[in-house]
Design a protein around this ligand. Structure first.
Ligand SMILES: *Cc1c(COP(=O)(O)O)cnc(C)c1O
Length: 458
């Protein structure tokens, strides 16, 4: 199939009236978009507009819900205020001021990210780095702090509206490599953002290549939505071949290159360019692992997930995580209660073969760790959620079932109460110790998995 190259073009709030498909919508809808996008980030591109959104189904179209500001994303009084300002042509600074006040009420920094996850070396905190789970370091390259388009439900929205002044963003590739070299427990380094694949291949290589010399690094991971929002990145962009050659170099160095691809809906895999991109990535020897949150109005039904996972498996990708929408930003609009999320997950998994069942979830990335709803059960006459950690700040918490009173409306871990009259969950005392000391427990003499299995010495 012939694939024509396409030049990347972004549209943001100031371009709303210039998007032809938007110009055809009623005035009130455009006013609402301007009102909401003054508060929450908005960015889309020509490919998403022309190929992924079905404009005959707007506003219900899932890709439209995924990328365009929706009136329900703001609380009614906030929406009304922003609408009024837009209608009377308020100045940009007046709009910014009103928006800031709303943003600060939308829990811009969830899950203790800023206080608890930033590691240190001899010269102080490593900005642009997070080390929450023993085996994996997250790195936010400074040039990778935007995306080819923004998701309306983005949990890192605060950095795109200037609330996060890029404290995460690191500049020094060498400092990252030095940190990883001194931490033999680190098995994988996950580049994230924004979207690291916004960067030129040469800039990305400068970060990745020093890590290839480190024996205890097994995997380089790249978290990206480019395969969905801008698949040209891997096929026709000027440095597409250079990027794929970098993936091959990682593989030749004996490491896994895991592209953690964010796919929210099967439509994102329905175009020839999207299929072609995935094929080219897989041909480098990279493993594509797919993940997304479960989002009201976008992908809140089992058939969508089952169809998406099947397509991914057919194209050589490995389903990885189904997340629960996080407790930040426009979560009221996008949230799906845990009980419903679990039902959707189960219904989707049951439709699929074992190859799709590598998808785990629904999982909350909360302060203590990634907590999955494993089931809903009746034990001793009490209806409970069966929960367990897929990842935890203290590795000893992983895989130990714990129980919360069933609550059909709960959407997040902090709304759950221990079942059976217990005063607290088993991990809460340990979590308080970590919060008090500001240190992860594995730094305090817990043997690393490497030391435990003898590989560190070998
Ligand atoms: C999910 C996550 C990781 C990676 O966890 P895996 O289960 O190994 O994929 C690492 N760091 C943070 C902060 C995460 O949220």
């Amino acid at each position: 199939m012939l694939i024509r190259p396409r030049t990347y073009r972004a549209y943001t709030r100031k371009d709303l009236d210039r998007i032809p498909q938007i110009g055809r919508l009623p005035e009130e809808i455009r006013t609402d978009m301007k009102a909401v996008s003054a508060v929450l980030p908005f960015r889309v591109n020509g490919y998403v507009l022309d190929e992924l959104i079905d404009w005959s189904r707007v506003p219900d179209d899932p890709m439209f819900q995924l990328t365009f500001p929706q009136p329900g994303m703001l609380a009614a009084p906030d929406l009304e205020l922003m609408r009024t300002l837009v209608r009377r042509g308020a100045s940009p600074s007046e709009i910014r001021l009103a928006a800031r006040e709303i943003q600060l009420r939308m829990n811009p920094h969830p899950a203790g990210q800023r206080e608890l996850n930033v590691p240190r070396d001899d010269s102080g905190p490593l900005s642009g780095t997070q080390h929450k789970y023993r085996e994996t370091v997250l790195f936010f390259p400074s040039q990778g702090q935007t995306c080819h388009a923004y998701c309306t439900y983005c949990f890192r929205w605060a950095q795109f509206v200037g609330l996060e002044d890029f404290k995460f963003a690191a500049r020094e590739a060498e400092r990252l490599a030095a940190y990883v070299r001194r931490h033999p427990e680190v098995e994988s380094v996950l580049f994230t953002g924004g979207d690291p694949l916004i960067m030129r291949a040469s800039a990305l290589a400068a970060y990745i290549e020093p890590l290839l010399e480190i024996d205890h690094v097994d995997a380089i991971r790249i978290g990206s939505k480019a395969p969905a929002y801008w698949p040209y990145r891997f096929v026709t962009d000027p440095d597409a071949d250079e990027l794929l050659a970098l993936f091959e170099r990682v593989r030749r160095a004996g490491k896994n290159l895991a592209l953690m691809a964010h796919y929210s809906h099967p439509i994102e895999l329905s175009t020839p360019i999207a299929v072609g991109a995935l094929q080219r990535i897989v041909e480098t020897g990279a493993v594509v692992r797919t993940q997304a949150p479960l989002i009201r109005h976008v992908n809140d039904d089992a058939d969508t997930w089952a169809g998406m996972w099947r397509t991914q498996v057919r194209l050589g990708a490995v389903p990885y995580y189904m997340f629960v929408e996080r407790d930040t930003g426009a979560r009221e609009y996008f949230a799906v209660p845990l009980a419903e999320a679990h039902a959707i997950y189960n219904d989707a998994i049951r439709q699929c073969s074992g190859l799709e069942r590598t998808a785990r979830g629904p999982s909350m990335s909360a302060t203590p760790g990634k907590v999955a709803v494993q089931g809903i059960a009746e034990i001793g006459g009490e209806r409970v959620f069966v929960l367990s950690f897929l990842q935890a700040r203290d590795p000893s918490w992983v895989g130990r079932p714990f129980f919360a009173r069933f609550d059909p409306e709960a959407v997040w871990l902090d709304e759950l109460e221990p079942a059976f009259g217990e005063p607290q969950f088993f991990w809460e005392p340990g979590m308080r110790r970590i919060e008090r000391s500001g240190r992860p427990p594995w730094l305090d003499g817990t043997p690393t998995s490497r030391a435990a299995d003898g590989r560190a010495a070998g």
